[in-house]
Design a protein around this ligand. Structure first.
Ligand code: SAM
Length: 246
């Protein structure tokens, strides 16, 4: 059987490509890319000549069994997304699940990822943290999701597009309160990398004055008053044990 390699690619700075990532892309029989044209630029830069095949959210259902067949046949495949880690708010997970089910070895490479890179520089507590990725698009679902998240004490990590970020911060201020701290990590690893730190209302004000461009990770302080399920269960348990003991 072949091996499925999960290969992270830079999120904006080509120097973040690892030596091992380049070696694996050179050695495999096939590269399964989210966008072959986009990845071709990366391959050209690092002089990788391996053939690509496309694997994205719209063809993953039919592509997965085809790629599994190749892997079972002894071919090795590297999976890449447009940027960062495959499977993290990107296509990939279907292939990984199918490979695991087929007993194929899955080898992940460490490398660039927007969420973790932003989190460690945020100045907010990096652990525990809760990664959601993209929030729901519809206003009603967005509010419902934020209300659920307001029960969490972990630091919250989101991906968001520049044209929706102001609306999302506004919705967060409505549910989490204007005093909650957050950080916008913009254009991480790129030339115009910037961290905007403040309370909900301060960051909203910044967004109102800016011509909002670039890629963003949103990091929000957890709700320090939230009671986790675990705490509740533990309290019930002690209460019952206590009664039994008495
Ligand atoms: N797989 C990627 C990873 O491991 O980070 C994430 C892919 S997701 C489709 C793209 C989102 O990641 C963007 O909308 C943005 O929220 C975030 N992102 C990607 N690159 C970024 C960067 N350089 N700076 C800030 N956010 C970034």
């Amino acid at each position: 059987k072949g091996t499925l390699y999960l290969v992270p690619t830079p999120i904006g700075n080509l120097e973040d490509m690892t030596f091992r990532a380049v070696n694996i892309l050179n050695e495999v029989d096939l590269i399964a890319s989210e966008d072959t044209r986009n990845t071709q630029k990366l391959l050209n830069h690092f002089e990788v000549e391996t053939t690509q095949t496309s694997f994205h959210e719209h063809n993953s259902k039919e592509r997965t069994p085809q790629l599994i067949e190749k892997l079972l046949d002894g071919q090795s495949i590297a999976q890449v997304s447009d940027a960062g880690m495959p499977s993290i708010s990107d296509p990939g997970v279907d292939l990984v699940k199918a490979a695991v089910d087929a007993g194929i070895s899955v080898v992940p490479l460490p490398g660039p990822n927007a969420a973790l890179t932003a989190l460690i520089a945020s100045g907010l507590s990096p652990q525990p943290f809760y990664f959601l990725g993209f929030l729901p698009r519809k206003k009603k679902d967005l509010t419902a999701e934020l209300e659920e998240l307001n029960k969490r004490k972990e630091t919250l990590v989101f991906y968001e597009s520049p044209h929706r970020i102001k609306q999302v911060v506004d919705a967060m201020a409505g549910v989490f309160g204007v005093e909650r701290k957050l950080v916008l990590a913009r254009e991480v690893t790129k030339r115009f990398e910037e961290f905007i730190r403040g309370t909900m209302d301060e960051v909203y004000e910044w967004l109102s004055e800016e011509n909002i461009r670039g890629e963003f990770v949103i990091i929000v302080e957890g709700n320090e008053h939230a009671e986790t399920e675990e705490v509740k269960v533990w309290e019930n348990w002690t209460l019952k044990e206590h009664v039994a003991f008495v």
